[in-house]
Design a protein around this ligand. Structure first.
Ligand code: AKG
Ligand code: FE2
Length: 287
């Protein structure tokens, strides 16, 4: 079974339909080469300075470089991509936040990563099969080929039991050209591929989660207050400078957290809790 591919004019409904069945889909050439070139230029010094992973899961020949919101205006644009955001909101729910931002530079000689589910990051909490706590992207910052370590996926593996024993032979390869994006759920089994070339394969891994869980990359500490003060409101709110639910994440006297970095933007009060409860009657494991 191959991964499904959509073109850049796909709708979020189309993307989500495939995510619900296969757990992953490629949208080809969603952004321009220029934007990807800009991201690569902005990030090159940081990637260069990043050490290799400390273990076999992160990859001993793999450099993971985070804080993409702080470091790269082009990555801010990737993070706010309208198709990706609409997809994440449709899959996870309207209240989402950034979960993590990192480049994954798989170097020559890196073997395949263990096959895994990203939602295991939440301490293996058994989320119901029909509840998606996260929605993930891997942007191709270089061309992705089977030989250079393109991401591997087990399409349709979302409802299999948790098992660390799946092999690369059960996966298919997400080959894609620079500027394309692989969208995948937190439930689908996947892994980074082995790099058998002498080039470096670079992914822009930007993921989103429900606004009421803890973020994998701490956005408040990964992005400086100075840079945060320059960012647009929608990006700040996505980073978590927002309440994740009625009172979740307020600052001191019930203040809106965005007010700390952008005093001009705070909203007063927590909103109408009764209306919020009525509007969200379906937070149950089975609905
Ligand atoms: O680098 C890749 O292609 C995938 C990496 C991955 O799945 C992870 O680190 O969770
Ligand atoms: Fe992963």
């Amino acid at each position: 079974m191959e991964l499904e591919r959509l073109s850049a004019n796909a709708t979020a409904d189309q993307v989500v339909d495939i995510l619900r069945t296969d757990g992953a889909v490629i949208v080809e050439n969603l952004v321009s080469d220029e934007l990807i070139d800009q991201a690569n230029r902005e990030l090159a010094p940081y990637i260069e300075a990043t050490g290799m992973g400390p273990d076999d899961f992160t990859g001993r020949q793999t450099a993971r470089t985070g804080a993409l919101i702080e470091r790269s205006p082009a990555c801010r644009e990737l993070t706010m991509n309208p198709l990706v955001l609409a997809t994440a909101q449709e899959l996870v729910g309207n209240k989402i936040q950034i979960h993590l931002t990192q480049t994954i530079a798989i170097g020559p000689g890196q073997g395949a990563q263990p096959v895994h589910r990203d939602q295991w990051a939440f301490d293996f909490f058994p989320f119901p099969d029909d509840f998606h706590v996260q929605c993930n992207t891997i942007w191709a910052l270089t061309d992705f080929t089977e030989a250079n370590g393109a991401t591997r996926v087990m399409p349709g593996s979302q409802e299999l039991p948790n098992d660390f024993g799946h092999s690369i032979d059960e996966t298919v390869c997400a080959e894609m050209s620079k500027g394309s994006v692989l969208l995948y759920t937190g439930k689908v089994y996947h892994s980074g591929g082995a790099n058998q070339t002498d080039e470096v394969r670079i992914a822009g891994n930007i993921t989103y989660c429900a606004s009421w869980v803890r973020q994998e990359e701490n956005q408040y500490l990964s992005c400086s207050r100075e840079v945060a003060a320059t960012l647009p409101e929608d990006l700040l709110r996505l980073m978590g400078y927002s309440r994740g639910a009625y009172a979740l994440g307020y600052v001191d006297d019930l203040r809106d957290p965005i007010e700390v970095v952008r005093p001009d933007l705070g909203t007063r009060g927590l909103g109408d809790v009764t209306a919020q409860v009525r509007a969200t009657p379906t937070h149950s494991a089975t609905s």
